[in-house]
Design a protein around this ligand. Sequence first.
Ligand SMILES: Cc1ncc(COP(=O)(O)O)c(C=O)c1O
Length: 400
Amino acid sequence: MPFLSDTLARVSPSPTVAVSQKAMELKAAGHDVIGLGAGEPDFDTPDNIKAAAIAAIEAGKTKYTAVDGIPEVKQAICAKFKRENGLDYSPSQVAVSTGGKQVLYNALLATLNPGDEVIIPAPYWVSYPDMVRLGGGEPVIVETTLEDGFRISPEALEAAITPKTKWFIFNSPSNPTGAGYGHNQLKALTDVLMRHPHVWVMTDDMYEHLAYDGFQFCTPAQVEAGLYDRTLTVNGVSKSYAMTGWRIGYAAGPEHLIAAMRKLQSQSTTNPCSISQWATVEALNGPQEFLAERNEAFRKRRDLVVSGLNACEGITCAIPEGAFYVYPSIAGCIGKTSAGGTLIDTDEAFATALLEEHGVAVVFGAAFGLSPYFRVSYATSDEALSEACRRIQTFCAGLS
Ligand SMILES: Cc1ncc(COP(=O)(O)O)c(C=O)c1O
């Protein structure tokens, strides 16, 4: 009898974690490594949020809470959805979990049966397909291209839908491309979904606040009210509020789905951290001005990285609408050999040679389901980004 479960064989270890691990090993061995792999803001959690957490500890708010969130945080989430997205939800339609990751995982595990299909546009956030497989479902990957801005077309969505489709996972602005869907682009997708009433929408809005050049964020249930009863709107404080370590994500949707997610969570992790929930109340109800200030810093970095990468021979980089990632194509580098003698036949070979020969850690595109590309996270200092671009230029110039 095998010791490990068959379920485990359906998932692969996170490639983004593997890249960080390798970069750390090289650093520990004394190499000068610039990490552009991390999926988190380099900014600190704002002081008012930290103070709310300290106050919660001092007030003894350190015990178990209601499984899917204290009433105060649910109220703050309902107010956020109303204020920012024009969506009406009551507290019984809201679930709070240990990070956006647990929200998505709960929702998939609570709804998937063997053979159920989940449509995922590629490139995708690394965890979606594995979470679907863990839940016993089948990921249906629909590739997008640099030329169409890494946005799934209505035709491609329509073609991917079958009687077995349970969910369409939507992520805007996207990890790993930063691509965002404007109102009309999203409306074209929701029009397709209106023709297929058995398909539910799981919208991952984690990067909502990280948008540049006047890009107007919108979310499916806001664009098409007809989808409200079959949409799970997922969000969290990790990225916008620089709170990745606090582990709070949340979702709103139909009560019966939220109840199913709560049931699952009650038998796994119980409530998310009580102190982090109080910090989230402050994050959502407190001052929001810092978001615009930080976005201005992110926008400058995006522009710096996009122009630095487009100056590299063989690389083409689009200007994305949001998040803190860019996803350049290396089509012009494939088939060449690096100065260090590595044949660049895949984006993984490109990323490995770049790390080993020039000390720049990026994540290769195959990890996100679309090659030949790589992902750069520009949530790091201007100096590190300029130096990284200089090294990538040298690396590309050395390809022959
Ligand atoms: C698109 C996307 N969704 C969800 C998550 C998970 O967020 P959290 O850290 O809150 O679990 C991430 C984190 O990288 C992400 O990029």
